[in-house]
Design a protein around this ligand. Sequence first.
Ligand code: HEM
Length: 418
Amino acid sequence: MDPSRRLANMVPVVSYEEASELVVSKHVRQATDNEVEFMPWKKDILSTLNGQVHTARRRIENPLFARPNLLRFEHEVLDASLERQLRDLFAASERAPVSADLIRLSQFTLLPLTAAFLGLDVEDESAWWESLGEFMRMSSIASALRWKEGDIEQERQECLNAVEEFDRRVFTVAYDRRLALVERIERDATALDELPNDLITTLLLHLPERPRDVILREVLLFFSAMTGTSTMAVATAVHHLDEWFEKHSEDRGKHNDLEFVQRAVFEAIRLHPIPGLMKSAYQEVVLSTGRTIPAGREIFIDLVAVNRDPGIFGADAAEFNPRREFAIGVRPYAFGFGGGAHKCIGRPLATSHDEHSDDAHLDDAVGSVVRIVRRLLELGVRLDPDDPPVLRPGGRQQRYSRFPILFTAPPANGPLSA
Ligand code: HEM
């Protein structure tokens, strides 16, 4: 399968209105059959399941995003990890302003959150984290494969090897330990409190027959779905805000205005979504715009176009504006988290439950991306004027390979001012 040829044969959808109808249409489903054959790590996972099996899997996984869990992930895991990354960065720097690569900073901040969410047993060694960082790099290559043009066989093979290595080096130990715990609790229910609240344990408890291979692939799905998207959202929000502050200096110093920060993050996600959603019409679809999509055709909902539809977002739809007003029913991130039954299950963890957080505060769960961007703004993050961000070449999936930043307002009692 050549993904670019397949894409060229799909029915393109670029209007917000048509996209809104299609994501909830009972006549379309995920177009993943060809893909699963070519990328076997996608078999039987949440994003490729359809119908009742999909609903059942979501019901099993939804409780992981309950409020107490979000609070725990943000306050106990993410905050600690972010401060550790920043402390190391400031401690290692001899000159002001401190410089860093935002992609690495975000990824290594998010990795402990990802490990806690999935249920990976963390080894307290930098080599372990570096190899998890390498798996993160491979998972983002794997998720970009469907958007690549030309020959992708070599990358596909590398991804298959990475799956095997992840299984051997990271997954097996976490899975075996949790399986033993779950089996012990089945013999002695009084130890229920000892069960960790993570993805592997949840799947072991609720998936009939505990299929190890499915649990491994589901873990890989969440691994890639959590990290690449969130890192990109942090980077694009910082990029746009940097430009915004040049023209709107009155908004500098707004890091404690969480509604402003959240709006900026949503706007960045609206402008830089994944390339699109692939659906398949298994019955004819007649749209209210008058267009008919015949049964059997595959559909490409072009999210970049849909999220910039001037009919919905106005003549300045392609511009970043955290003060943008939206019509009732239009989400501030548009289709940045997809839509319909498959809409992003992890949105509460990335940007909190609430779309209109005018009374949000930091003791609450505001979302990992919002929390990271807020802290960076507080430290006076700026793009390095001599070293602009670099996008990875090739493919429709937009990802930065490097993103140099400077901190112009180091912590008051940080190592630089000591
Ligand atoms: C800013 C961060 C994020 C963005 C922009 C994002 C975006 C998306 C998009 C566009 C989809 C496809 C939805 C569709 O097919 O309609 C999706 C699905 C998904 N996301 Fe996210 N995501 C983010 C963070 C997360 C996080 C933190 C997690 C996990 C904790 C996550 C887990 C998933 C999963 C498992 C799916 C598949 C859902 C399904 O098919 O039912 N995502 N995401």
